[in-house]
Design a protein around this ligand. Structure first.
Ligand code: WTA
Length: 660
């Protein structure tokens, strides 16, 4: 199983893509990023980052850019002091932009609210005063378990203003998931809502908090925003937001905190075991969030309307709804609901309504839009869109092209941004206006960032070779550890290539002939077939490039002769004929993969399924599909967005027609 494939490569490079899209002269001329940015960073990395830190307001300037003497614990902008919330809110009001809309909030039922920077400042000050009255101070932990309502953003910024750490827990997680996270970092306060709107209906949220808090003695108070107006049980820990916050003074003087003062904890799942509390701090994090937002999205604060479709429960919501955009004085859309409520054109309707110019989403949603059909975005005026972004998983070239043609009008550059909860901000991405984009590739480390593809020995692979993605230089927004578990931090990220001192990202990657980086999925999603390590992503991309396939997930199932055999689960496009799941069609798909990648990648088995098991953030849970492929009882489904999906898949398989 651990047999190495040919040429000492850790991962075989099988799929090639030759289309490239240079930026228009017009875009390039007006772009924030110019080619010199790469030169500048290369010439003096620390001076480059020092310059980026000047994007922020520092109460006390730092004396040293980077202290890496206690690696793998970095200190950036040593000795500097700043207030993160002041940087995201007050300074824009002070510079005369109080009337600029910060947030166009769009509720799922159709209610909306425009919040200016002046109003944002008042709301954040009131919330900070309220939190203080509940005994929250520097370094206290506050759990935020809320839907996408403005108060969620006010709460995060109020914590930042007080130097308290927020731990946002996605509102779709269970009471048990919330409890373990509250407990792990001993949160004193939980901020939540009575309920949330999902798919046109109000759903209760507070009962999960009640259940979690009953078993979490660290929690002293629960602050509750009224959103749906549904009945809720009430205890003496509970306080209504409108009763406490609305009456507070809207003036609050921010205190400056050390650059390395903790800002937040965000839990992310590891391959096994309990979630890891990823710790981020202030000055370096905000510097890189701000820098990347400005250059990667080509943000023009006076004219752009930006929309990131993530939830604040994920790191993308932290860095690219709250800290990056607001530190850059963005005007942005925040949408509460699901993309098909009340109809499948909701996103495009919102783009048209607000004239959204920058749109940042995930491949899983793009593939869903593909499934719904190109005629839906075609009904709306999307001509305001000028930059498109993708994040969260490798984007299949097919989906990339669809996105470009049907959303970007065949001209908006697409930035495929690679990063992680741990990296805090974007690390690898083309810079629009500078780099000719390539469908499916994240391409180049950003100026100031060091990333490489290496083999098992930590040696960089040649162009055309595959291996593991590592980060070979510390970066400002890097995690500062795992909450309460130094050993796990060292083990997970710094031991695999300890000798070289590289950060191990856990992702497979390859260089193409031009030296551009392609992400190939998590290393544990890599299959080993007859000694060839094959990326699940490449086989999935090949399947999705067939006209009958809407979505595909591929796993390696143990095989007596080849080590692992490739098993594919496919969802067919709505329009595919009724015989599309028949033996002929399956054979055609296997042949198609053989043609696209090579006979080695031909799936042993293809199963047609109605849905794929996904986490709430849209990642396919291949572990569960592996259980099905290996005829085992299906494992823990509690982190699935919809746990009935596995029943659907099993039922579909019993119909017998889905096997080759
Ligand atoms: C994957 C999300 C390919 C990758 C910001 C990474 C990507 C994990 C990309 C982190 C991309 C993220 N191309 N893969 N553009 N962006 N990933 O912590 O496997 O939720 O390690 O952070 O998502 O997921 P996380």
């Amino acid at each position: 199983m651990t047999q190495s494939p040919g040429q000492g490569q850790a991962l075989d490079n099988l799929l090639t893509e030759s289309r490239t899209f240079p930026p228009s002269d017009e875009f390039a001329a007006q772009a924030n990023a110019q080619p010199e940015l790469y030169e500048e960073a290369k010439a003096d990395r620390e001076a480059f980052w020092a310059k980026q830190a000047e994007r922020l307001h520092w109460d006390t300037k730092w004396t040293q850019v980077l202290d890496w003497s206690d690696a793998p614990f970095a200190k950036w902008f040593v000795g500097g002091k700043l207030n993160v919330a002041y940087n995201c809110v007050d300074r824009h009001v002070e510079s005369g932009h109080g009337d600029q809309v910060a947030i166009h909030w769009e509720g799922e039922p159709g209610d909306s609210r425009a919040i200016t920077y002046a109003e944002l400042q008042r709301e954040v000050c009131k919330a900070a005063n309220a939190l203080k009255s509940l005994g929250i101070g520097a370094e206290d932990r506050v759990a935020i378990y809320m839907p996408m309502v403005p108060e969620a953003i006010f709460s995060m910024l109020a914590c930042a203003r007080l130097g308290a750490m927020h731990s946002v827990v996605f509102g779709g997680f269970s009471a048990e998931a919330l409890r373990t996270r509250i407990e792990d970092s001993s949160c004193k306060l939980v901020i939540t809502t009575d309920g949330q709107f999902r798919r046109g209906n109000p759903f209760p949220l507070k009962p999960a908090v009640d259940e979690a808090v009953a078993a979490a003695p660290s929690v002293e108070k629960v602050l509750v925003v009224r959103r749906t107006g549904s009945e809720v049980a009430w205890s003496d820990k509970d306080v209504w937001w409108h009763e406490l916050v609305d009456g507070q003074s809207d003036v609050h003087t921010p205190e400056a905190f050390d650059s390395e003062h903790p800002l937040f904890i965000l839990y992310t799942s590891g391959t096994t075991g309990k979630p890891k509390g990823i710790l981020h701090t202030s000055g370096g994090y905000l510097t890189q969030a701000s820098y990347t937002q400005h250059y990667v999205f080509d943000l023009k604060p006076d004219t752009d309307v930006y929309w990131c479709t993530a939830d604040i429960g994920w790191v993308t919501g932290h860095s690219y709804i709250v800290y990056g955009p607001l530190s850059n004085r963005v005007t942005q859309v925040v949408y509460e609901g699901t993309p098909n409520t009340p109809h499948e054109g909701r996103h495009w309707e919102i783009v048209q309504k607000y004239g959204v110019s920058i749109y940042y989403t995930a491949p899983t949603l793009i593939r869903t839009f593909m499934k719904w059909g190109a005629d839906i975005p075609a009904k709306y005026d999307l001509s305001s869109l000028r930059v498109l972004g993708s994040v969260g998983e490798p984007i299949n070239p097919e989906a990339w092209i669809w996105y470009r043609e049907n959303v970007g009008g065949g001209k908006a550059p697409i930035v495929d941004t690679w990063w992680q909860t741990e990296t805090g901000a974007i690390m690898i991405s083309p810079l629009p206006g500078v780099i000719s984009t390539k469908p499916g590739s994240a391409q180049q480390p950003l100026p100031g960032i060091g990333a490489k593809v290496v083999n098992d020995e930590g040696v960089e692979v040649p162009h055309g070779g595959g291996g593991y993605l590592v980060l070979d230089e510390p970066w400002p927004s890097m995690l500062r550890g795992i909450w309460g578990d130094e050993e796990r931090y060292r083990d997970t990220y710094w031991s695999r290539f300890g000798e070289q001192g590289f950060y191990f990202a856990g992702d497979g990657a390859k260089y193409d002939a031009d030296g551009d980086i392609w992400l190939l999925g998590r290393v544990d999603d890599v299959m080993n077939v007859s000694g060839h390590r094959i990326s699940t992503t490449e086989v999935e991309s090949a399947l999705v490039s067939h006209p009958t396939v809407a979505e595909a997930a591929v796993v390696g199932a143990s095989d007596a002769t080849t080590g692992q055999g490739i098993v594919a689960f496919v969802i067919l496009r709505g329009g595919a004929g009724s015989d599309a799941g028949g033996a002929e069609a399956i054979k055609a798909l296997r042949d198609h993969v053989a043609k696209e990648i090579g006979p080695i990648a031909k799936p042993r088995q293809i199963m047609v399924v109605p849905e794929l098991p996904k986490t709430r953030s849209g990642k396919i849970m291949r572990r569960l599909l592996r259980d099905v492929a290996e005829n085992r009882a299906v494992g823990d489904v509690t982190t699935l967005a919809d746990s009935s999906v596995m029943d659907l898949i099993s039922a579909g398989l019993q119909s017998g027609k889905s096997e080759d």
